[in-house]
Design a protein around this ligand. Structure first.
Ligand SMILES: Nc1ncnc2c1ncn2[C@@H]1O[C@H](COP(=O)(O)OP(=O)(O)OP(=O)(O)O)[C@@H](O)[C@H]1O
Ligand SMILES: [Mg+2]
Length: 451
């Protein structure tokens, strides 16, 4: 296969340069040349090269300096250095500074030369492909993909953007389906580590006795079945971010080990006495109330304080019901496109039903309900006919919540507001019906933020 990558050769000996250029042009490479270090660096600023071949000895700066500048500013460009005959020392130094390989001048063998160049070019082109793929994946999970204009959501997004730019530990709280995973991805993909892959683990999906080895790895023989060493997810996430989803379901043993990792920035595999330094950003999430888990003895308070450095509470869908039309319309559009259907119209009644429904599964449930409606609708208009039974039973309406799920306080509020609306907002009558004084009623309404 012919290569089309661009290669820059920096050398001050015209004859050698011509020779290399000839070898490489014949292989299909797009070759340019420079005779000093600075001239080469200027060319690199103007154009992307997959590979730079530089002599170690140049008239102005050293090849090593050229290499270091390239590795700093254009880390995707590979570098091969040309060393003087008999000077392996230079070649080794170059590799230590990030060169792909070195070639000894004087006895240049054409096949060997081409082979090394091809390998370096392949590596550069793979790196480029990975980068492009990562950008494609990353663009799916940006803050701009998090929809909603309610104040509660915008506040959460603004906190997320601020903390993304730091390297802080983040804890995401919110009911199921409120977008915790989406936020974790967006934070990682807008942060300093976005060029590395986010490593995610869902603690509730892993049996408690396997969590430790999953996270930290194990050595051969650590337990029955450990037939060879295995890397843990923390090690995979080194220099990147780990997303500890459903952290409320982490076993107490694993919590203890995680705490040590956070305190020392080192990990050790199960069954191993050696430790290894790591640098991992931690984003965790849970729909559990960790403080009450601590009271029940299911979660370590010291770990909680470590993870809880920066907490973002994601609002439930019912707390931001004004966002439902935006979300619904986007889900209708994207699902229709995905399933190659015309984008249906939506009746007011359909949207009103969505707005008043009590969403237990939040945005995930909304998405599922919309997809279901599009699948079963035979017309080009979505009407309440395409909504499931729960939408018509009354008890699932947002305003008249299922009393079994309510706390005493919520029940009281619900009852007061209902009575108020039954009396056509007559406060004296409401107080009388409820058997409380008007002063108490006013105080309670004020607490609820009701005018
Ligand atoms: N603000 C939003 N805008 C658009 N889509 C969203 C938004 N929030 C969540 N979603 C979508 O809703 C679905 C559920 O989100 P996600 O999986 O992030 O929730 P979660 O909080 O992690 O839920 P669980 O606790 O059940 O794991 C996903 O398909 C996600 O893309
Ligand atoms: Mg999740």
């Amino acid at each position: 296969m012919n290569h089309t990558e661009s290669v820059l050769i920096i050398d001050d000996e015209p004859q050698l340069m011509q020779l290399y250029s000839k070898f490489l042009s014949l292989e299909g490479f797009d070759v340019e040349s420079a005779s000093t270090g600075y001239e080469g660096l200027d060319l690199i600023k103007e154009k992307h090269f997959s590979l730079v071949i530089t002599d170690m000895k140049l008239p102005d700066i050293s090849g090593l300096q050229v290499l270091e500048k390239i590795k700093n500013e254009f880390p995707d460009t590979e570098v091969i250095v040309l060393t003087a005959y008999g000077n392996i020392h230079d070649g080794v130094a170059a590799i230590k500074s990030g060169a792909f390989d070195y070639i000894t001048k004087g006895d240049i063998d054409e096949d060997d030369f081409i082979l090394k160049v091809k390998k370096a070019a392949d590596k550069a082109s793979l790196k480029e492909q990975i980068k492009n793929l990562r950008e494609q994946v990353g663009s799916k999970f940006r803050f701009s993909k998090i929809l909603g204009n309610s104040k509660l959501l915008l506040d959460a997004v603004s906190l997320g953007k601020k903390v993304a730019a730091t390297d802080n530990t983040v804890l995401l709280l919110g009911e199921t389906g409120t977008g915790k995973e989406l936020f974790a991805q967006a934070i990682h993909n807008s942060g300093l580590r976005k060029d590395k892959t986010l490593v995610a683990i869902n603690c509730s999906a892993i049996p408690k006795d396997l969590q430790e080895s999953e996270l930290f790895g194990y050595v051969k023989g650590a337990f029955t079945g450990a037939v060879s060493d295995k890397k843990g997810l923390f090690e995979e996430a080194n220099n990147s971010t780990i997303f500890l989803d459903e952290i409320g379901d982490m076993s107490l043993d694993t919590q203890a080990k995680l705490l040590r990792v956070l305190e020392t920035n080192t990990i050790s595999k199960v069954g191993d006495t050696k430790t290894k330094n790591i640098n991992v950003r931690i984003i965790s999430a849970t729909n559990k109330d960790l403080e009450s888990e601590i009271e029940k003895g299911n979660f370590r308070s010291d770990l909680f304080y470590r993870l809880n450095g920066f907490t973002i509470k994601l609002p439930s869908l019912n707390e931001r019901a004004e966002d439902i039309p935006v979300l619904a319309n986007e889900f209708i559009r994207s699902y229709s496109v995905k399933s190659k259907k015309n984008i249906p119209q939506v009746t007011d009644e359909f949207m009103t039903k969505l707005i008043h429904y009590k969403w237990k599964g939040n945005i995930r449930e909304l998405k599922n309900i919309i997809e279901r409606a599009i699948i079963i609708s035979e017309s080009d208009t979505l009407t309440p006919d395409y909504l499931p039974q729960e939408f018509f039973s009354g008890i699932s309406e947002n305003q008249s919540l299922n009393s079994k799920d309510l706390t005493l306080e919520e029940l009281e509020k619900d009852h007061i507001l209902k009575t108020l609306s039954e009396t056509d907002h007559n406060k004296t009558l409401t107080a009388k019906k409820l058997g409380i004084s008007s002063v108490t009623l006013y105080r309670k309404l004020k607490e609820y933020g009701v005018d």
